[in-house]
Design a protein around this ligand. Structure first.
Ligand code: SAH
Ligand code: MG
Length: 222
């Protein structure tokens, strides 16, 4: 659950969690409800959720896009980082996940500030283009499509807008040369191209935050 937070040092993890209290009762309930409904436990770790909230707040985001809703754990955190006028557009392929997320957003008091698009994110993203430009795009869905999502972000963020891409160390396999499993290979290649575009594609000034999973952070400069 901690996804290697704090260099895997249990003393650091314990210290940070006691001090920053990343998961309150509402987020805890979201996580437990996801488990009850049989959703995969692949939401961001609690400290990564706090990173999302604080980064959203730091950039003053009012319009945020999330690709990969799952049960709403990260979405609630992004919404918490926005002012009461802030709006989240979130994209989810699986109807059951979207259903759980809808309930999560309602329970957290965000029902009227979120739109969930059910289906392929690539197919649905054009529907919100006219609501842009956006302040934040959080990418956390199918890894092989990350490069396309980044391209969409480059076209639809304001200058100074931020992309956050989760899992960009590819579960420790980002530098692996030979990957046996075809699905994993597609994911790793997608993540590698995404990081390459973020770092050297000319549209963003970027870094990769060394969370357990790797969180690429790219600011649109061009
Ligand atoms: N951001 C969530 C976790 C997302 S897990 C959190 O931290 O709480 C990834 C989600 O992306 C899954 O629910 C999966 O169904 C969804 N997904 C995968 N491929 C997708 C696609 N092409 N379009 C939209 N959603 C997709
Ligand atoms: Mg993730």
């Amino acid at each position: 659950m901690n996804k290697n937070f704090g260099q895997n040092d249990p003393k650091i993890v314990d210290y940070v969690e006691k001090l920053f209290r990343p998961e309150d009762a509402i987020l805890r309930e979201v996580r437990i409800e996801c488990e009850r409904k049989g959703l995969p436990a692949i939401q961001v770790g609690s400290m990564d959720a706090l990173h999302l909230e604080v980064i959203t707040r730091a950039i003053g985001a009012q319009k945020a896009v999330e690709i990969g809703t799952l049960g709403g754990y990260s979405g609630v955190s992004i919404l918490r980082g926005m002012s009461p006028q802030g709006k989240l557009y979130t994209f989810e392929y699986v109807p059951l996940h979207a259903e759980v997320a809808k309930k999560s957003f309602e329970n957290a008091g965000f029902a009227d500030r979120v739109e969930i698009y059910v289906g392929s994110a690539l197919a649905n993203l054009p529907k919100i283009k006219s609501q842009g430009p956006f302040d934040l795009v959080f990418i956390d869905a199918d890894k092989e499509t990350y490069p396309y999502y980044l391209k969409w972000a480059a076209e639809n963020l304001r200058i100074g807008g931020v992309v956050l891409g989760d899992n960009t160390f590819a579960w420790g396999r980002i530098t692996d040369e030979a990957i046996e499993e075809p699905e994993t290979q597609k994911s790793v290649l997608g993540l590698r191209e995404f990081n390459q575009m973020a770092a050297q594609g000319g549209r963003f000034r970027s870094t990769i935050l060394p969370t357990g999973e790797g969180l690429t952070m790219a600011v649109k400069v061009k």
